[in-house]
Design a protein. Structure first.
Length: 535
């Protein structure tokens, strides 16, 4: 029977309780960060979409298990209230089914934070890793973090696809909305006999049903019969796509302007261009020449000849595809907000971690060797359930020490990397997102790092770390502390607080979701967890 694990460090306790037959109910209230524990032969599916959930497989006491993240609420629709989930056996038969119920939380602050996370992810994938290229370049962590730190741009507003569209699309939209393409549409209407040019089967049936002999009698006093005629119309597919494109431009511009609310528009050419583009898009969508154009009920997938060949409509179609794809990606990734935050946290923590190692003085640490140049960072082609980074691609290891005799190795690894270091250990049951590991001359220490959603951490910043220590310290003798990462409010820098509990270091960190604010504010030292492990 499947079992719900509300907090990641409860995995070992849940495995012990599993023997007593504890299982999930038919209705489960969704909790951010919760996961589902099943047997290794089970698959986890969303009933509505038929999409298979990704899970992590592991071994415990000669039994294989899978751990799945629960699907989050949709932004709108029935998926924002509840979702039907199924557990399938190897023969595809349904072994368990339950409903996930959600509490709707689409506040402006939550949407703004999500857009900031997604924008950072796009920036790292497209501009640094160039993952959308047919043959992405090989990028190591040293180069990737160097680009992230050395990005010199006087414009505080970040480059985005809406900025590119704001510079290249207005002339084409202006041309199309001023003189939209019109076609002659075939309609049936009453016409004078002498003006009839074409009739079809329906017109002949209508004429035959009229009383009288001959066309003159059947036409009646008005001398009109039903005929086919041509009427000029602008309600064509290319114009409907153009109108929908204006709507998507307005939405994308709203997201961009809300994300950079703290940037003075007078000092940012990008903000000025997007704001102007937004105003024009609203005017274009309400243009009198588009008065007869109906709105699309769903995004257009199949273009016609005009959209592919006309020089102006072709540019609009290319931009429309980008905007529709961004909307679809945004709607899909919204359901995996926590996983998206974990991906951003990996990059942000890796930068802070690498900058701390780089700043070590050789007087204090004579041995300081970084092999991060050999660690390649790569990204997937798209967003797979919130993930966009390939696994086991964190920077390191770092060889550090006061002398060659007492030098050790400092690792930053995820669950895949942890298994590679020591496949026989049970440390992976800590179920962390990534780990700090110190391998000294005589001992090994491990500090798990958990990425938590802000709505959980903001209640009481001491409750979760204390709960994690309590569940982990007895089962894992190598544990020397716990790190919890929460997203800081938009626009704020990273901060951290630390304390000790039973000779274990507890560190609670609010990591900024913006790369420019990843640097810790004055009075905060990231070296605390590393120095604690290496003492």
């Amino acid at each position: 029977m499947p079992q719900v694990i509300e907090k990641p460090w409860h995995l070992l306790a849940s495995l012990n309780q599993r023997r007593t037959g504890t299982a999930c109910s038919e209705i489960i209230q969704y909790v951010a960060g919760a996961s589902l524990l099943t047997t290794a032969t089970s698959d986890f599916y969303c009933s509505a979409s038929g999409k298979k959930m990704m899970g992590r497989q592991f071994l415990w006491e000669e039994c294989e298990y899978r751990l799945f993240s629960l699907l989050g609420p949709a932004f709108e629709g029935d998926g924002s209230i509840y979702e039907k989930m199924q557990i399938l056996a190897p023969d595809q038969s349904v072994t368990d089914a339950f409903s996930l119920t959600y509490k709707i939380n689409n506040s402006s602050v939550e949407v703004e934070k999500f857009d900031a996370l997604l924008n950072t992810a796009y920036h790292f994938r497209r501009n640094i890793l160039q993952a959308d290229h047919a043959q992405p370049p090989v990028v190591d962590w040293l180069r990737a973090l160097g680009k992230l730190e050395g990005h010199d741009d006087r414009d505080k507003a970040r480059q985005a696809s809406i900025v590119d569209l704001a510079h290249e699309l207005p002339m084409h939209l202006e041309k199309v909305t001023r003189q939209p393409r019109r076609t002659l549409k075939r309609i049936r209407d009453l016409e004078r006999i002498q003006r009839v040019r074409e009739i079809d089967k329906a017109c002949l049936i209508n004429l035959a049903r009229r009383p009288g002999i001959g066309i003159a009698e059947k036409a009646g006093p008005s001398q009109r019969i039903l005929a086919v005629r041509r009427q000029e119309t602008n309600n064509t597919l290319e114009n409907r796509v153009t109108r929908h494109c204006c709507l998507l431009i307005r939405r994308a511009a709203d997201h961009y302007l809300a994300l950079h609310y703290d940037v003075n528009e007078q000092d940012s050419p990008r903000m000025q261009a997007v704001h102007k583009f937004q105003r024009k898009a609203v005017a274009w969508g309400k243009s009198e020449t588009f008065a007869g154009v109906t709105t699309l009920t769903s995004p257009c997938k199949s273009p016609n000849y005009v959209l592919l060949q006309n020089p102006h409509y072709m540019r609009i179609w290319n931009a429309y595809r980008v905007l529709v794809k961004n909307e679809e990606v945004r709607a899909n990734v919204w359901r995996w907000k926590l996983q998206l935050w974990k991906e951003i946290a990996k990059i942000g923590f890796s930068q802070l971690f690498s900058s701390w190692v780089k700043s070590l003085s050789f007087d204090e640490y004579p041995v300081n060797i970084s092999v991060s140049e050999e660690r390649i960072i790569s990204a997937e082609r798209g967003f797979s359930q919130g993930r966009f980074l390939n696994q086991d691609t964190l920077p390191g290891p770092f060889i550090l020490g006061f002398s060659k005799k007492n030098a050790g190795t400092l690792y930053l690894v995820d669950n895949v990397g942890l298994q590679a270091i020591d496949s026989g250990a049970s440390n992976h049951l800590m179920n962390a997102d990534f780990y700090l590991i110190w391998m000294g001359p005589s001992e090994r220490k491990i500090m798990p790092v958990y990425c938590r959603p802000e709505e959980i951490c903001s209640d009481d910043e001491n409750v979760e770390p204390e709960d994690a220590i309590q569940h982990l310290e007895e089962a894992f003798p190598e544990l020397c502390g716990v790190v919890l990462l929460c997203p800081a409010p938009v626009g704020e820098t990273s901060t951290l607080s630390s304390w000790q509990r039973n000779d274990k270091l507890v560190l609670n960190m609010n990591l900024s979701i913006s790369p420019k604010n990843w640097v810790l504010s004055e009075g905060h030292d990231l070296s605390a967890p590393m120095q604690w492990m290496m003492r």
